[in-house]
Design a protein around this ligand. Structure first.
Ligand code: FM0
Length: 324
């Protein structure tokens, strides 16, 4: 009972930042992302009576410890769903350079959920596959779809209405993303730890929540109308608000590095010169720059000259989960 699936990572334009239920991963706000073609994971899951325990290899290296436990825990959900108790061999290959500052958990859990559920004989509609994927890593539930996807937070306690839905396919709009990779590394507060601390201690957290519904409406309008300025402005403002919550947390923290701020400033300067570009930043120091195809050269060349920038990785809108 074997299946292989490929899933791409995504970049949130309206961020998921906070959980109302940590065990089945239910968010405190809806989020919206663009799936990217440049970064993906391909995963094969093989359920068999021959296996006495789950095995997991990542880029052909056997994985033990916490990473294996997270995979096994997720396979348990699939087994429960299917009413079967078979163990599995899982082989994943990541085309998500960790250095690019993209969490591989989004493409990783989307590929694992798709391959695992197919291998065990479940034929899940996309929403159910998304809700299953969500329980591996929240942001991964959006990677089921290509292009723009919204994770509707839902209100039910069992999470059955918390899944992603497609907003517009990759072909709708060739919106591009440059991942600006910084050369210096900072001590990392994981997104899981960071969002938990913020929810529990930051007095700015309520302000974050209050601002989401209007931003969500605006960005969806912008996507529909192909209005780059509208989408960029909302995405940038949403990112700044998310990062502002971390400064109010106890203990306070920030994901920004000095070069992070230089890149943000450079993006603003490009805009002043008439080159449309906007930034967004996840739970790390690297910056993602949104731009349109006609400005690719100038964007790449400008970002490349910033001291402290190690690499620029360009991406187009990507496809949803596919089976190989
Ligand atoms: O992607 O604890 O999915 O919406 O990347 O595994 O559910 O790794 F900027 C932060 C991603 C959070 C925003 O969190 O957390 C976004 C973030 P998990 P994730």
């Amino acid at each position: 009972m074997k299946a292989t699936a490929k899933a791409h990572t995504n970049i949130a334009l309206i961020k998921y930042w906070g959980k109302r239920n940590e065990s089945i991963i239910l968010p405190t706000n809806s989020s919206l992302s663009l799936t990217l073609d440049g970064f993906y994971t391909t995963t094969t899951v093989d359920f068999s009576e021959e296996y006495t325990k789950d095995q997991f290899t990542l880029n052909e290296r056997p994985i033990e410890g916490e990473q294996l436990r997270r995979v096994t825990g997720f396979l348990d959900l699939i087994r429960q769903h299917a009413g079967k108790s078979l163990h599995a061999a899982v082989h994943s290959v990541n085309e998500v350079p960790t250095a690019a500052g993209f969490a591989s958990s989004a493409s990783g859990f989307a590929a694992l959920a798709a391959a695992g559920s197919k291998a065990i004989g479940l034929d899940l509609p996309e929403r159910e596959l998304s809700a299953l994927t969500r329980q591996g890593s929240g942001s991964a539930c959006r990677s089921i779809y290509g292009g723009f996807a919204e994770w509707e937070m839902g209100t039910k306690e069992d999470g059955s209405d918390s899944y992603a839905v497609p907003i517009a396919p990759a072909e709708h709009w060739d919106l591009r993303v440059a991942a600006v990779v910084l050369s210096s590394k900072m001590k990392k507060v994981s997104s899981r730890t960071g969002m938990k601390r913020t929810v529990e201690t930051s007095p700015f957290y309520q302000g974050w929540l209050d601002s989401i519904p209007a931003e969500m409406n605006q960005i969806k309008e912008g996507i529909k109308e192909l209005d780059f300025e509208k989408v960029g402005e909302v995405a940038e403002a949403n990112c700044l608000k998310m990062h502002a919550t971390t400064l109010g947390a106890n203990p306070p923290f920030t994901y920004w590095h000095d070069t992070t701020m230089t890149v943000m400033e450079t993006v603003r300067e490009m805009r002043e010169k008439g080159i449309p570009a906007y930034f967004t930043i996840d739970a790390g120091p690297n910056v993602k720059v949104l731009y349109l195809p006609e400005n690719e050269e100038v964007i790449k060349n400008t970002l490349r000259t910033i001291p402290g920038v190690a690499d620029i990785r360009l991406s187009r809108p990507g496809q949803g989960v596919t089976y190989l």
